[in-house]
Ligand binder design. Structure first.
Ligand code: PEP
Ligand code: MN
Length: 250
């Protein structure tokens, strides 16, 4: 299936294997530059990272916000890699639109219909993460909210759902991959980082995602996960990211 993601710049990401990688949150210019150069050199097509972070606690690091967007701008200019970052609030749309090639709607906002309507009215691709307690039908309806406004350039991202399993952060629902592909015809990617919350599970779940028919993966990468301002335990080191890509290449 052709899953070419058309970007506003006129370029596109022609790939049967989309690899999105980067830190959970933008933490500094130097760090994001280092990550971007590395992941690109290993074959990643898109750089991820949150400037605005939807944290469970209001006392946790909330992201670098506007400053983070400036960091993205500089890194993009320097490295030449498309960027995906999360839009949490419609009031920030213009600022995010200015730098992002793909606009991410996070799990917590999958049911935010006014936000979905707003991204449906603009012309950049939307990465729509599955709500952590969303059924497949609800997730498809969220995509419909975007599409009905005219934007059908949507990438669906399975990121795990909340179940009674308390061993992993979420329960990665890989059966959703072929279902969403069949029901919507949209590209489907998997985020095994948030899907499991455990870095050791990222490689096996990445392999399993492609086996299930996914068009890509989105993984968190950090030069020093133990020092990460968010999601360190699920972030891959550079060596571990390289190992994941190599195992996908085999
Ligand atoms: C993210 O990808 O940065 C993120 C916050 O994930 P989710 O919305 O799936 O929790
Ligand atoms: Mn994260």
């Amino acid at each position: 299936m052709d899953i070419t993601i058309k970007l506003k710049s006129g370029t596109s990401i022609p790939n049967d294997r989309l690899i999105i990688a980067g830190p959970c949150a933008v933490e500094s210019y130097e760090q994001l530059l280092m990550i971007a150069k590395f992941i690109k050199s290993k074959g990643a097509n898109v750089l991820r990272g949150g400037a605005y972070k939807p944290r469970t606690s209001p006392y946790s690091f909330q992201g670098m916000k506007e400053e983070g967007l400036e960091v993205f701008k500089s890194v993009k200019k320097e490295v030449g890699i498309p960027i995906v970052t999360e839009l949490m609030d419609a009031r920030d749309l213009d600022k995010i639109y200015d730098v992002a090639d793909i606009i991410q709607i996070g799990s917590r906002n999958m049911h935010n219909f006014s936000l979905l309507t707003e991204v449906g009215k603009q012309d950049k691709p939307v990465l729509l993460k599955r709500g952590m307690s969303a059924t497949i039908k609800e997730w498809i309806n969220a995509a419909e909210y975007i599409a009905v406004e005219g934007n059908t350039n949507i990438i669906m991202c399975e990121r795990g759902i909340r179940t009674y399993n308390d061993y992993t952060r979420n329960t990665l629902d890989l059966a959703a991959v072929p279902i969403i592909k069949k029901e919507t015809g949209l590209p489907v990617i998997v985020d095994p980082s948030h899907g499991t919350g455990i870095k050791e599970l990222v490689k096996p779940m990445s392999l399993a995602s492609f086996a299930a028919g996914a068009d890509g993966i989105m993984v968190e990468v950090h030069p020093e996960p133990e020092k990460a301002l968010s999601d360190g335990p699920q972030s891959l080191t550079f060596d571990e990211f390289e190992d994941v890509v190599e195992s996908l290449n085999k």
